[in-house]
Design a protein around this ligand. Structure first.
Ligand code: ADP
Length: 210
């Protein structure tokens, strides 16, 4: 990411030192270039996370998903307050998983649940889980914009996005990371819900005591 920081900082120097001699168009072009550098930086960070997940989960252990979720909610606290969002987490039975990967999974799903909110109501997110044989089946439900049934599989493919970046920013990598994490734990992830009403992301992880 260092070359990108060089681009970003020299663009800033250009603007600071020569901004006064430039016309509005030229200053706007610098703004687009700075914005592009920021998005490329995010893309690199997301791709790094995506490739890191590929390493076989080595630290499989019994973990408490409720504790992981509580940490993730804490990280999002400023956004939750700003949006007047409500996040309700029910009892989550223990799973046998890589804790840091489960954290990335919850982060990506909660981040989307808050990002793809409807503009006429504050986000309401509910997380629940129940035992299903040797699996724990999780559901994260939101009351956001929802997803057309025909896109339900496509959104898990890397770089697939349903909105132009001006409407909702993003790299299209988050759900591909989620799918990879769940599949590395021999689970499954899919989405349900109703367009205009909300989405329900469902996934399974192995139960801890199997
Ligand atoms: P990004 O958010 O960076 O675009 P993701 O891989 O996380 O990438 O999501 C892919 C696409 O799936 C998003 O662009 C969006 O269209 C859709 N999506 C993801 N989560 C939700 C959600 N909770 N509600 C509605 N649409 C969603």
């Amino acid at each position: 990411r260092e070359p990108l920081r060089t681009i970003g900082s020299f663009l800033q120097v250009l603007e600071r030192k020569y901004g006064d001699c430039l016309d509005d168009d030229a200053r706007a072009y610098i703004g687009f270039a700075v914005d592009g550098a920021k998005r490329l930086d995010q893309l690199i960070q997301d791709l790094l996370q995506f490739s890191q997940v590929d390493v076989r989960p080595e630290r499989l252990a019994p973990i408490d998903p409720a504790a992981v979720m509580a940490e993730v909610v804490e990280d999002f606290r400023p956004a939750i307050e700003r949006m007047a969002a409500e996040v309700e987490v029910g009892p989550l039975p223990p799973v046998h998983a890589d804790r840091s990967q489960v954290q990335i999974l919850f982060q990506n799903l909660l981040s989307n649940a808050l990002k793809y909110r409807a503009d006429d109501r504050p986000p309401r997110v509910r997380v629940s889980a129940q035992r299903d044989g040797h699996l724990i089946a999780f559901t994260m439900t939101d009351n956001g914009i929802g997803i057309e049934p025909r896109y339900r599989e496509r959104i898990f493919v890397i770089f697939q996005r349903l909105h132009p970046p001006e409407v909702y920013g993003g790299t299209g990598i988050g759900l591909a990371i989620c799918k990879r994490i769940v599949e590395r734990h021999e689970g499954r992830i899919w989405v349900e819900g109703t367009p205009g009403e909300g989405s329900a992301f469902r996934f399974t992880l192995p139960a801890a005591d199997e």
